[in-house]
Write a protein of this length. Structure first.
Lengths: 445, 442
C-alpha cells in the first residue's frame, strides 16, 4: 500500500476525529445527558437598529425564533464517526482527485462545529452571530488573498502582503486622525459628533490604499528592476513595515490627539439585513466587508472575462509568449504588483479603521501570511481564496466565541488554532495546487 | 534564472569561486556590505534629522517663526546636534564612552552578549540559505530550544527525585534538550516542504506563532514558578548554568537561592560583566558549520541541493533527506541560541523572551552572504546596533524602531546590491546571486 496524499489526509482526519472524541469524552463523558442549544436570534421586530451609528445600536435579546437542541455527546460522536468513516474510505480507495480538499475542509468545519458544541454544552450560542463573525474576520484575509492573486497571477510572488497591510493600517489610521484634526480642529462639532464622520474615514481608507501601493511599488522595483529574489524582497517589505510603523507609532501617533473617536460604522443593508439567519451573516456588516465581497466578485470577473485578466494570466504563465504578442511584461507586472499592494492597503484599512479603531504594533498578527495560504488553498482563484479565507477565519471566530464560555480547553490552544489549521491545510492541499508557471521567476528578454 | 541556464555551471566539480589572487581580496568582497550599511545608516540619520521629537527642539511658535518651514530651517543646527548625539549615543552604548574608560568593558560585554544569539541564529538561517530554503522560523525554533533547555535545567533533578545533579550531567543535558527541541521544531517545516511542498516561509511563520502559544501555555501552566508573581519558570539549577566569564558572585536572594558559576569572580563593578560561555559555544559552532559546509560531503550535498536540485537528484542525492537535515540542523542551531540565552544569561524563561530575533537572523545571514565566518562580524554589528539603540533612545528620545528601519534598509541594499553599486559606481563582481524562489508547489 503506497503512502499517498489522499491516504495521508485520510489518516490525519481520522486522527483529528479520534483526538476530538477522546477530549470531549474526557471532558463531558459523565454528563452525557447535557445538550447544546443552537439558536438563531433573528427576530427583526425586536432588534432595534439605528443606522449610521454602531455604538448606539441597542441589542435586545428577544426570544429566539428557532432553537435547535442538540445532544452534545451524541452529535459530536456522530460527526466524528462520519469523519472517521470517510477517512477510512480515503485510505482504502486512495482516490486520485477531487477528494482531498473537500474532505479536509469538512474535517476542519465539522471539527470546529464540534468544538463549538463542546464549549457551549448546557448553554446556548447564537449561530448567526458566530457565522457573521466568520465573514467579518475573514475580510482582511480574503482581501489579502486577492492582493496575492493579482501579484502571483502576473508572475510576482508577494510575501510582503503582511508588511503592506501593516503599513497601510498605520498610515491609514494616521491619515484619518490627522485629516480629522485638520478639518474639525480639536473637537468634533456637535453635528458631526453624533453621526459618523465620513470624510476623514474615507481619507483614511484612501491613505491606506496609497500606502499599500507605495510599499508594493518598492517590492516591484526591487524584484523587477533589480531582479532581487522575490522572497527576499517581500521579507524586506515585512521587516521595513515593522520598523516604519513602530517608529511612526511611538514618535507621532502616540502623541497625537485626534478628535476622531470611532471607526467605520455598522451598515445593515435595510430590509436585506432582516432576512432570517442570512441577513445578519451577509448583510449586516461594516463597509469594507461589503467591499471585500464586491472585490471577490469583481476580481473574478476581471481576471477571467477581460483583456486585462487575459494578459495578466499570460504574463504569469508564459511571459515569453506574452511578450511575443506585444505585451510589455515588466510594465504589466509593475502595474499589477502596485494594484495588488493597493488591494492589500484596503485590508490594512480594515485593521485600523474597521476591525478596531486605532493602530497597534504588529496588529496584523500574521493574517497576511494566512491570506497567502488562503490564496494557495483557493488555487489562485478569487472565489476559491474567499472560501479559504472563511475556513481560516472560522478558526479565529471560534476562538473568540468560546472565550465567553467556561471551557476545558486552554485558551492558548484555541489561539493557536488558526495557525495550526493553516499549517494542516497547506501541507494537505498544496501538492494539488498549481501556481502560475512563471510565478517567482524574473523575466528577461 | 531557469535551471537550464544554471545547469552547465553545475558540471564543474567545485561550486566555490576561486579565491582572489589579489591581496585584500576579502576587502573586495566586503566592500558592498559595508557600503550598504553606510547607506542605510545615512538614511537612518536623515530620518532622525526630520523626525526629532518636539520636546528636544524649540517649540513652534507662530509669532517667532513665520511659518512651519521657517521653523524647520531655523532649527537646523539644533537638529544636526541631536542627530549627531543620537549616533554618538548609539556608539557609546555599544562600545562604551571612551572619555570614561571604566564604562568600556560593560558596554563591550553587553554587545557581545547581545551578539551571541545573533551568531547562532544567523548561522541557523545561513545553513538553510545554502540549501536553498528560507527559514523564517528561527524565532520559533529558538523559543522551543529555550523551553526544552529550561525544562531540563530547572526540573530534571525533580524527575529523578534528587536535590541536584552533577554539572557534568546536568549542563550537557540542558544543552542537548535545547538543541533537540529546536531541531525538532525545524524538522517539521523541513519535512512538510520536502514531502508535501508546503512552502517553508509560511509554515515556519505559522510555527512561530504556535511556538509562542506553546510557551505561553507552559509557563502559565506546568512550568510556572508558583512562588513568583511574574509569569516565568523557576530559576534553573546552578549546575545546569553556563558559567559567566567574569562577574560578581550572584546574589542568591535574587536568583531563587542558586549560586551561578563564574570562571573568574570579581568585586569590581567595572568588571561585573554579563558575558557568558555562550559566546564560546557560538564561535565553536561557527567553526563547526564552516567545516561541515566546506570540508564534508554532507555540506557539499546541502549546497548542491540548494543551488541545483535537479543536478543533485541526478547525482543520486536525497533531496528530502537533505532538506529535512538542513532544516533540522538550522533548528538545532536556533535552539542552541535560545538555550544559551536561558542557561547562560537569563537563568529562567519569562513571558517576554525573544523579540524579533527570527527576522534579525535573516538579515544577518543575508549580510554575511551565508558565509559562516562572515556571520561573526555581521552578528557583532547587529549586536552593537541593538545595544547602542537603547542608549540612543535614552539620549535623544528617538524610538528604538529606527534600528529596524536601518535593518530593513541594510537587507534591501544587500539584496539589491545593484543599488549600492550604482550609487558608489562599483563594477559588478563575478559570482551568483542568492535565489530561493522555487515557488509554492514542489
Amino acid at each position: 500500500m503506497k503512502f499517498t496524499r489522499a491516504r495521508g489526509v485520510g489518516l490525519l482526519g481520522i486522527f483529528i476525529a479520534i483526538v476530538l472524541l477522546f477530549a470531549v469524552n474526557n471532558s463531558l463523558g459523565n454528563k452525557i445527558t447535557e445538550t447544546s442549544k443552537i439558536q438563531s436570534i433573528w427576530d427583526f421586530t425586536s432588534t432595534i437598529r439605528i443606522p449610521d451609528s454602531a455604538k448606539m445600536k441597542v441589542d435586545i435579546k428577544a426570544p429566539p425564533v428557532a432553537a435547535i437542541e442538540l445532544p452534545t455527546m451524541i452529535t459530536i460522536s456522530l460527526i466524528c464517526g462520519a469523519l472517521i468513516l470517510v477517512g477510512g474510505v480515503l485510505i482504502a480507495k486512495n482516490p486520485e482527485r477531487g477528494w482531498v480538499a473537500p474532505y479536509m475542509s469538512s474535517v476542519i468545519a465539522f471539527g470546529f462545529f464540534s468544538i463549538l458544541l463542546w464549549a457551549v454544552a448546557n448553554n446556548s450560542v447564537d449561530l448567526s452571530d458566530t457565522l457573521s463573525r466568520v465573514v467579518r474576520l475573514g475580510t482582511p484575509i480574503a482581501i489579502g488573498a486577492l492582493a496575492g492573486i493579482v501579484c502571483e497571477r502576473s508572475g510576482v510572488v508577494n510575501i510582503g502582503i503582511e508588511g503592506m497591510m501593516l503599513t497601510a493600517a498605520c498610515f491609514g489610521y494616521a491619515a484619518a486622525a490627522i485629516s480629522a484634526r485638520m478639518i474639525y480642529g480639536d473637537a468634533l462639532p456637535e453635528s458631526a459628533a453624533k453621526g459618523v464622520v465620513w470624510l476623514p474615514l474615507i481619507i483614511g481608507i484612501l491613505g491606506a490604499i496609497l500606502t499599500g501601493g507605495i510599499m508594493a511599488a518598492l517590492h516591484a522595483w526591487l524584484s523587477i528592476r533589480f531582479k532581487v529574489d522575490q522572497v527576499i524582497s517581500g521579507t524586506v517589505i515585512n521587516i521595513m513595515a515593522v520598523g516604519i510603523t513602530g517608529f511612526t507609532r511611538t514618535n507621532f501617533l502616540l502623541k497625537f490627539e485626534s478628535p476622531l473617536r470611532a471607526g467605520l460604522p455598522q451598515m445593515p443593508l435595510g430590509p436585506l439585513a432582516d432576512i432570517p439567519l442570512i441577513g445578519p451573516i451577509l448583510f449586516d456588516h461594516k463597509p469594507i466587508t461589503y467591499l471585500m465581497i464586491l472585490m471577490v466578485i469583481g476580481l473574478n470577473f476581471f481576471l477571467f472575462r477581460t483583456v486585462w485578466g487575459l494578459r495578466t494570466r499570460a504574463i504569469g504563465e508564459h511571459p515569453k509568449a506574452a511578450d511575443t504578442v506585444g505585451i510589455n511584461v515588466n510594465r504589466m507586472r509593475y502595474r499589477n504588483v502596485i494594484i495588488g499592494g493597493m488591494i492589500a492597503g484596503v485590508a490594512g484599512a480594515w485593521f485600523s479603521l474597521e476591525g478596531s479603531f486605532g493602530f497597534d504594533d504588529g496588529m496584523t498578527n500574521g493574517q497576511g501570511f494566512i491570506s497567502l495560504a488562503a490564496m494557495i488553498f483557493g488555487k489562485w482563484n478569487p472565489i476559491g481564496a474567499f472560501g479559504g479565507s472563511l475556513l481560516f477565519s472560522s478558526a479565529d471566530a471560534l476562538q473568540l466565541k468560546v472565550q465567553a464560555y467556561n471551557f476545558d480547553l486552554p485558551s492558548q490552544f484555541m489561539q493557536m488554532l488558526p495557525y495550526v489549521v493553516t499549517l494542516i491545510v497547506l501541507a494537505g492541499v498544496i501538492g494539488r495546487a498549481k501556481p502560475p508557471a512563471a510565478s517567482g521567476k524574473v523575466y528577461e528578454k | 534564472m531557469s535551471n537550464e541556464q544554471q545547469a552547465p555551471a553545475e558540471t564543474k566539480p567545485t561550486t566555490e569561486p576561486k579565491p582572489s589572487k589579489r591581496r585584500f581580496g576579502w576587502l573586495n568582497e566586503a566592500i558592498v556590505p559595508l557600503l550598504a550599511i553606510l547607506t542605510a545608516v545615512l538614511i537612518g540619520a536623515v530620518i532622525v534629522f526630520v523626525s526629532i521629537p518636539s520636546n528636544k527642539l524649540p517649540a513652534f511658535d507662530l509669532s517667532l517663526y513665520g511659518s512651519r518651514s521657517d521653523w524647520f530651517f531655523s532649527t537646523l543646527p539644533e537638529r544636526l546636534r541631536v542627530t549627531l548625539s543620537a549616533f554618538t549615543g548609539l556608539f557609546s552604548g555599544a562600545f562604551g564612552d571612551w572619555t570614561n574608560p571604566s564604562s568600556i568593558p560593560v558596554a563591550m560585554s553587553n554587545t557581545l552578549v547581545e551578539s551571541t544569539p545573533y551568531i547562532l541564529a544567523g548561522l541557523a538561517v545561513a545553513v538553510t540559505f545554502k540549501a536553498g530554503l528560507f527559514n523564517v522560523g528561527a524565532e520559533g525554533q529558538l523559543l522551543m530550544g529555550a523551553l526544552g533547555s529550561v525544562a531540563v535545567a530547572a526540573f530534571m533533578p525533580q524527575w529523578f527525585g534528587v536535590a541536584s545533579l552533577p554539572t557534568i550531567i546536568h549542563l550537557p543535558a540542558a544543552l542537548l534538550a535545547g538543541v533537540i527541541a529546536g531541531g525538532l521544531w525545524g524538522i517539521i517545516p523541513g519535512y512538510l516542504r520536502a514531502k508535501t511542498g508546503a512552502h517553508e516561509v509560511i509554515t515556519t511563520i505559522m510555527l512561530n506563532y504556535i511556538a509562542l502559544q506553546v510557551m505561553d501555555y507552559l509557563i502559565n501552566g506546568v512550568m510556572k514558578d508558583k512562588s513568583a508573581t511574574l509569569q516565568r519558570t523557576p530559576f534553573i539549577h546552578e549546575n545546569a548554568a553556563l558559567p559567566r566569564i567574569i562577574s560578581k558572585a550572584t546574589d542568591p536572594s535574587l536568583t531563587g537561592g542558586q549560586a551561578y558559576p563564574r570562571l573568574f569572580t570579581t568585586t569590581s563593578s567595572t568588571w561585573d560583566l554579563r558575558i557568558h560561555m555562550g559566546i564560546v559555544l557560538a564561535f565553536l559552532m561557527v567553526g563547526f558549520i564552516w567545516w561541515l559546509m566546506n570540508r564534508t560531503p554532507k555540506g557539499f550535498e546541502i549546497k548542491t541541493v540548494g543551488e541545483n536540485p535537479e543536478a543533485a537528484r541526478y547525482a543520486g542525492m536525497s533531496i528530502t533527506g537533505t532538506v529535512v537535515g538542513a532544516m533540522g540542523l538550522s533548528g538545532a542551531l536556533a535552539g542552541l541560541a535560545g538555550t544559551s540565552q536561558v542557561i547562560g544569561l537569563e537563568y529562567n524563561l519569562k513571558a517576554v523572551f525573544s523579540s524579533g530575533l527570527g527576522f534579525d537572523s535573516l538579515a544577518i545571514a543575508l549580510l554575511a552572504k551565508s558565509n559562516p565566518i562572515a556571520i561573526v562580524p555581521a552578528a557583532l554589528f547587529w549586536g552593537a546596533l541593538r545595544t547602542g539603540a537603547g542608549a540612543m533612545q535614552v539620549n535623544t528620545g528617538i524610538s528604538i524602531n529606527l534600528i529596524q528601519i536601518i535593518q530593513a534598509l541594510v537587507i534591501m541594499f544587500i539584496a539589491a546590491d545593484q543599488i549600492v553599486r550604482w550609487i558608489y559606481r562599483i563594477k559588478q563582481a563575478e559570482g551568483g546571486k542568492i535565489t530561493f524562489n522555487r515557488s509554492w508547489g514542489k
